[in-house]
Design a protein around this ligand. Structure first.
Ligand code: ADP
Length: 495
């Protein structure tokens, strides 16, 4: 059975967040359940360079689109590190300096509507048999950038191919002005509340939610939260309406990529039986983040610096945290104001607060392998991956009680500590006081070495491999294919 996945990011080719990790890891995991995944991604410069270091001319063109939303485009098919890829090579849309979604000044690309409508239109064409010898049984669209695929599919040549939409973050919705509807190439009937119309504009994610046969999101708690007015971000009504089709499937992690026993980014590799080797990683962190070398509690952050992640609360209490004798190593980038606040804190507390404003994959691994704890004070968190990496690396997660964070970390309350099952600390609701309280609680627990190590061991023993979650996707896919085929057969009989 074959899946066509469509996404705007895929690790290791292009990544701004957890979406890429999931899109990169799911194909390998689904293969064990009998599903072959082919993934369509945009040909950003980094992607083109990685798949054809000597220039795109050497790539085999699978299909040409001479006038794709006004752009000359082609799809190339490559196998990259075991992943079957279709890359949309459309220089006018994707070959530019800057990020996938933002220009160098940090503003959304003004033609994002066109770029991701093009990706989605090609996705629907390929799903409908646009490529010879390629007949996917199901389409899996990720987030708003791919969501319109499902609209093109329903209004196009292959309405019978089932479509699944996965929401990785409901905050990003792809909302555009109503006047763009005419340029999307969808039939007039798609302009309705049951189609792409969303509060008087065009909503890509909204359209996907409407047209998908099934909707998944990345944790059970988030699946419940987004049906509420507080976290539904304008879509809670539709999500309640589609409640029967909405499933929460927690993300797994790539346990080869994130394996402390083999990780090349670590100064010292370790297993649950050699936790003391983590000290060498800690020393490497101290050096690279300019921190004092001592035995005090070392808490780290690896994150986008945004309001969603709650790091403004941490920044506002950083003096109090330093006064508690806690060291902080922070790796991240994002909001300019937050970046400035953390840099200022680092210069006020030399040796105690170390900040690197960068996106640095190996450094993220090293922090997990050497810090005592990772703090994740998110206001909302669909799943969160960094706490899962923390669990696997003996870097105890301290997490806000929300979304996937609440679903994956077992709080060190008396009962859980007594039973030896605690894997981290939860706190909430997020406030300056609750943040300082949980850090004090963690610092006290950390002083009790036996208890702390028991938590590290319990976290490292937890299974967050993709296997269980991939099995859930596989069974959902199988159900949908069966239901659609049954429906199609009944249509035939009726004719
Ligand atoms: P989100 O997708 O909301 O950003 P997740 O926790 O799901 O949050 O995934 C974040 C991913 O991005 C993780 O793999 C994390 O290690 C990585 N990451 C975030 N910031 C950085 C950074 N500055 N440098 C390296 N990796 C980072």
């Amino acid at each position: 059975m074959r899946v066509l996945a469509i996404a705007s990011e895929m690790h290791p080719l292009i990544k701004t967040g957890g979406l890429a990790d999931v899109v990169g890891a799911l194909p390998g995991a689904l293969a064990h359940h009998g599903w072959q995944v082919t993934t369509l991604i945009p040909g950003y410069p980094t992607v083109m360079k990685r798949i054809a270091p000597e220039g795109g001319a050497t790539l085999r063109t699978a299909k040409r689109y001479p006038a794709l939303f006004g752009a000359n485009a082609r799809v190339v098919r490559v196998n990259h590190e075991g992943r079957d890829l279709l890359v949309l090579d459309a220089p006018a849309l994707f070959d530019r300096e800057g990020g996938p979604y933002l220009d160098m000044a940090g503003h959304d690309w003004s033609d994002n509507w066109r770029r991701y409508a093009a990706l989605s239109a090609v996705g629907a064409d390929l799903a409908a048999g646009g490529l010879r010898h390629f007949r996917p049984d199901i389409v899996h669209a990720h987030d708003w950038q791919a969501a319109l695929t499902l609209a093109y599919l329903r209004h196009g040549r292959a309405p019978h191919v089932p479509g699944v939409l996965t929401i990785h973050n409901l905050a990003f919705q792809g909302r555009f002005d109503a006047h763009l509807f005419g340029a999307l190439g969808l039939p007039h009937e798609a302009w309705s509340v049951e189609g792409v119309e969303y509060y008087g504009g065009v909503g890509y994610l909204k359209a996907g939610l409407q047209y998908a046969d099934a909707i998944t999101t990345v944790s059970p708690s988030y699946a419940r939260e987004i049906r509420t007015g507080e976290w539904g971000m304008g879509l809670d009504g539709l999500l309640r309406e589609r409640g029967d089709a909405l499933h929460g499937i927690v993300n797994g992690i790539d346990t080869e990529e994130w394996n402390p026993a083999t990780d090349p980014a670590l100064a010292a590799r370790f297993t649950v039986d050699s936790l003391s080797a983590r000290k060498r990683n800690r020393a490497a962190i101290e050096t690279s983040f300019g921190l004092d070398s001592d035995d005090s509690f070392l808490v780290m952050v690896v994150s986008r610096l945004t309001w969603q992640k709650g790091l403004d609360v941490l920044a506002n209490r950083i003096d109090a945290i330093a006064a508690m004798g806690i060291r902080v190593a922070l790796l991240g980038s994002g909001d300019a104001a937050l970046e400035g606040q953390f840099l200022a804190a680092a210069s006020r507390h030399r040796g105690r607060i170390g900040v690197r404003l960068a996106y640095d994959e190996p450094a993220a691994h090293l922090l997990q392998g050497g810090a005592d704890a990772i703090i994740i004070p998110s206001r909302t968190e669909p799943c969160g991956l960094t706490q899962l990496y923390g669990l696997r690396y003996g870097c105890v997660p301290i997490v806000a009680r929300t979304g996937g964070l609440a679903d994956t970390v077992i709080d060190a309350n008396e009962a859980a500590l007594g039973a030896g099952v605690a894997t981290g600390l939860q706190f909430g609701p997020l406030s300056p006081d609750s943040l300082l309280d949980v850090l004090a609680r963690a610092q006290t627990l950390h002083r009790d070495t036996a208890t702390w190590e028991a938590m590290q061991r319990a976290g490292m023993a937890a299974d967050f491999s993709w296997d269980r979650s991939a099995a859930r996707y596989a069974s959902l896919f199988a159900q949908l294919v069966k239901a659609k085929r049954g429906g199609a057969a009944m249509d035939e009989t009726a004719r």
